[in-house]
Design a protein. Structure first.
Ligand SMILES: [Zn+2]
Length: 414
């Protein structure tokens, strides 16, 4: 069997061996569509490579997994599955045994294997580069030979932990700041240098949505960012790679024209209606890096102290301005594919104009320097799907495309 005849199966899907280096990119927070980041930059003449590819590629809008959060969807993309399978349903969950809010950034929380691990075991050379180290730990689960590092900690990448060293010398760039577009640019620059140096079968690049939280499509900063990306896409393509990209989620503004915020302080609402501590709102977007979104998202899960009150609480939640979904535990597991032991009694999401906070006193608005833009709900679940070749028409029979189909699309419909 030649390597090109090999197939790799994981999580119920089978993938063809990449015919050439397959670079799969998660462009964090890339709201798609005619008014989205990529299309706006193309229309303004800032993504000449993407413009040149439109007629000879596959470019569509698909959906992400819910909640439309970063780690949830990165894990969906790299496992080809939904949160009920891989277990990552937010940055936090309420540990039912400990009763405490627990950060899910350790790979022990990931319940299934990644596509990378399966390809590595089959003998493929895999490289994974992401922005933040918290995500690197999840993406790198069980990898023994693959290059896997974060641009945040590129300076301390080493052979033992990351299978690469001297990254700053290789990339010829200084260590980027955590809150910067450089953090994402470094990922692309490193990807290009690694591919120049060695044969890679599968590469995954996952950027950060710092720019998208700050800036709307068409703004100068966003345009500069996508122009930069276009240059690297061209370099990778010219090196002979096949390029595919999607996003973990979209991004929507949550501020009115007068500058006022559309935020539902859900813990305050529930405390005043049902009494203090009758309900516990868990904002699962909360993480140690909150400067750019103030820990506001569009998805929360709620635990009720008195389970007989769940129906009553749900009826009240449906009356709140800005609500989108109110689902009980069973329906959130069935329709949103949530892991049943990591989700509360109720899931509450806001519509695309609103964000959700816990208590007004819990959120430090002084840290929020720009109008609030965030994600988490169905309003931010549209994502781009791009593959740098015309796919075999059979892919259309899949119906609605998902970001967690991207490896399948890139490898199986050539
Ligand atoms: Zn994200």
């Amino acid at each position: 069997m030649t390597p090109s005849d090999k197939k790799v199966s994981v999580n119920g899907k089978t993938y063809n061996w990449p015919k050439k280096t397959s670079v799969i990119i998660c462009l964090d927070g890339s709201e798609p569509g005619p008014k989205g980041y990529v299309d706006t930059a193309i229309q303004m003449g800032l993504m000449p490579f993407m413009k040149s590819m439109i007629s000879k590629s596959t470019y569509e809008i698909g959906k992400c997994a819910m909640p439309s959060f970063t780690n949830v969807n990165n894990m969906s993309i790299v496992t080809g599955s939904t949160p009920d399978v891989h277990g990552i349903c937010g940055n936090f969950f309420l540990d039912p045994e400990l009763g405490t809010e627990t950060l899910m950034n350790d790979d022990s929380f990931l319940r299934t294997n990644t596509i990378f691990e399966a390809f590595e075991k089959a003998g493929a050379k895999v490289a994974v580069i992401t922005a933040k180290d918290k995500l690197r730990k999840l993406l790198g689960k069980n990898l023994k030979k693959a290059i896997c590092f974060s641009s945040e900690k590129a300076d301390i990448a080493n052979m033992k932990d990351n299978r690469i060293d001297n990254v700053l010398d290789l990339v010829k760039k200084p260590l980027p700041e955590v809150y910067s577009s450089d953090l994402s640019e470094f990922i692309f620059a490193a990807g290009v240098e690694i591919i120049k140096k060695e044969k890679v079968d599968l590469m995954y690049l996952s950027t950060t949505d710092y720019i998208q939280h700050k800036c709307a499509p068409g703004s100068e900063i966003a345009n500069n960012f996508y122009h930069m990306i276009d240059g690297y896409l061209k370099q990778l393509y010219d090196l002979g790679c096949e390029i595919s990209f999607t996003a973990d989620h979209g991004m929507k503004g949550k501020t009115n024209e007068d500058g006022s915020l559309n935020v539902i302080y859900l813990q305050d609402e529930l405390d005043s209606k049902f009494g203090k501590d009758a309900c516990n709102v868990v904002c699962t977007i909360t993480d140690p890096y909150v400067v750019h979104h103030g820990a506001f998202g569009s998805f929360v899960t709620i635990y009720c102290l008195d389970k007989s009150k769940i129906e009553e609480v749900m009826l009240f939640l449906k009356t709140i301005e800005g609500v989108d979904l109110v689902l009980n535990h069973k329906d959130s597991v069935e329709t949103l594919h949530q892991p049943e032991d990591r989700i509360g009694d109720i899931v509450f999401t806001s519509n695309e104009k609103f964000a959700i906070g816990k208590k007004k006193t819990d959120h430090d608005l002084t840290k929020l320097k720009e109008p609030l833009r965030t994600h988490g709900g169905r309003g931010e679940s549209d994502i781009p799907i791009f593959v740098s070749k015309k796919l075999n028409e059979k892919y259309k029979s899949k119906g609605e495309l998902k970001n967690y189909d991207i490896f399948d699309l890139a490898l199986n419909y050539g």
